[in-house]
Design a protein around this ligand. Structure first.
Ligand SMILES: [Zn+2]
Ligand SMILES: [Zn+2]
Length: 313
């Protein structure tokens, strides 16, 4: 489990990494400028959410283990009291940040749509938490706004809540999970996150073993089998930007997707995962140059809302 740091310590660590990164990759400075407010807000959000009901969720260990053994992420389908008053403003701020970045006016349209209450914020947050891309995409199309920007803005806001919720299940009170949950987690053979069902942002190679790190909730879990985490094919090629580099990217000849593996001394705190993702961007470029991409969210089925209904005001 990643070490829990105070918000101040996390901010200091973030600033140190951004300074190092800007010094070695000056071309990333604009991306750092967009990322800085997002990460700062995520640090604050996790801290605030740690004092809310989400941090105290209890999921019967036997039920959690049963879900895991049935290939179902434990948070999928769980209805939690997401605090709209904390998370709603984060969605709007995320739109502003995306507007300052490459999304520009497209993000401004999404924000205007939210400001005009054309999308029910509570339902948007719930759909994002439940990784219901269909509902969010359909609603965005209905409102003639960019689906990817609405999805991303909601994801940036809700990720901290998913993190706090998964911590309550997998590291209750900072400790180890219930033995039933730990056993089922250890036996999890899938490439998608056992907490929320998202794909990992990247893998971390640590002295203590390697872990996949969820791109949404930040959970770390063990890769169970050597093949591709997306399609299970055994057609992986590992490439590096430089033979002397310890970081590498695995390219899958079966499904055309890629996964980065970063050698790090310690597991990256959830709040700082986007920084390491950005810092290793050369691997994304390398993979893209060779025609590989990131897969779309796994289709796990489940009780999805009808496309527009749930997000109507
Ligand atoms: Zn997750
Ligand atoms: Zn594959």
């Amino acid at each position: 489990m990643p070490i829990t740091l105070s918000p101040t310590a996390l901010l200091e660590q973030a600033e140190t990494r951004w300074t190092e990164l800007a010094a070695t990759r000056p071309d990333l400075e604009p991306a750092i400028a967009v990322q800085r407010p997002m990460v700062t807000r995520t640090i604050d959000a996790v801290d605030r959410l740690s004092a809310t009901e989400i941090a105290g969720i209890t999921l019967e260990p036997a039920l959690a283990a049963t879900k895991l053994r049935a290939a179902s992420p434990v948070l999928r389908g769980e209805v939690l009291a997401l605090p709209t008053e904390v998370l709603g403003p984060l969605v709007l701020h995320a739109c502003d940040d995306l507007e300052a970045g490459s999304a520009g006016a497209v993000a401004q349209h999404v924000r205007a749509c939210l400001d005009a209450d054309r999308i029910d914020m509570r339902s948007l947050l719930a759909a994002s938490f439940d990784r219901n891309q269909t509902a969010i995409r359909m609603k965005a199309m209905h409102e003639s706004i960019a689906p990817d920007v609405l999805w991303l803005a909601a994801e940036l806001a809700v990720g901290p809540a998913a993190h706090v919720a998964q911590r309550a299940v997998f590291a209750p009170h900072g400790g180890a999970p219930h033995p039933a949950v730990a056993g089922a987690l250890d036996a999890w053979p899938h490439g998608y996150c056992p907490a929320c069902g998202s794909w990992p942002a990247f893998g971390e190679s640590l002295d203590a073993g390697s872990r996949l790190r969820c791109s949404f909730c930040g959970l770390g879990w063990r890769r169970a089998q050597p093949g591709c985490i997306y399609c299970v094919a055994d057609q992986l090629t590992a490439v590096k930007t430089d033979p002397g580099e310890s970081h590498l990217v695995e390219l899958c000849g079966g499904c055309g997707a890629y996964l980065k593996w970063l050698s790090v001394p310690l597991a990256t705190p959830f709040e700082l995962l986007p920084i390491e993702d950005l810092a290793s961007m050369a691997l994304d470029v390398l993979a893209a140059e060779q025609g590989f991409g990131r897969p779309s969210l796994p289709e796990l089925g489940g009780p999805e809302q009808l496309p527009c209904e749930g997000l109507e005001t």
